[in-house]
Design a protein around this ligand. Sequence first.
Ligand SMILES: [Fe+2]
Length: 302
Amino acid sequence: MAIKSLGYIGVSSLQTEAWREFACNVMGLEDVSERCDAQPDEAYFKMDDHPYRLFVTPGDVETLQVCGWETNSAEGLQEVADALAHAGVDFTWGDTALISRRRVQNVLSFKDPSGNQHEAFWGVVSDFRKFNSATGVQHFVTGEQGMGHIVLPAPNFDETVAFLSDVLGFGLSDLMKLRFTPDPDEPVTRLWFMHCNQRHHSLGLFEMPMPAGCVHMMLEVNDVDEVGRCNDRRIAAEVKLTGTLGRHANDHMVSFYMRSPSGFDVEIGAEGRTVSNWSDYQVFESTVASFWGHDFSVGQED
Ligand SMILES: [Fe+2]
């Protein structure tokens, strides 16, 4: 497939300063806004060799703005463009301003059938400055696995899954069918996880609309101690815990969840598994999210 990894995430928010505090002092990213020529109320955050991986731009609603998917070459991006055109999906090539802002060679924009905004790009411009975490985080697990994973609302579930798998080439990793009441007649709500590289999943699709345009995004640090230190920083900053520490049954990630300034959750994890040969991997349905932990009821409490 032409899409190789999750490249960047953009957030639309009027709370740039809250994001700066959260991204730097809790998540442990590096503020590179100045280096990225940020406009007023914009912020750019670095976590590895890429010039930045997370950005915040001013907007009237607190919402996820865009997911950027990396292709490894001009041919890869053209393959995405051809697939979109063949499927009759509208897309636009980025103008010079967008290409310059994204710090890539070329970029195109499109929406999935649930209305989520995506971009695909190739050729990140990097000065290879060392990542310098505001809080001493040594290393985020990125590289060929991309920046982490993102779970998006997909109320038009079947169309969105078909688009991502048939047009963009994502493979199914595992799935869940959720019921929120004991009523056996309640229709299930589907939550599917999909891959585009060795990371167990780079994308999740949840069969519900979400006001913040995102269920959660996940960043992976190099060990469990780093997860614990991030949780200590969360407590010190009085950021709301939305899922207790636990280990997921699907990607084996040991992680916790917290509320971002824009209302969606951020998961910080370690020890996620990779799959080197997807043809030998068995897709499964899980009836639980985790082997242990991950009590999400804490997110419902005031
Ligand atoms: Fe996750």
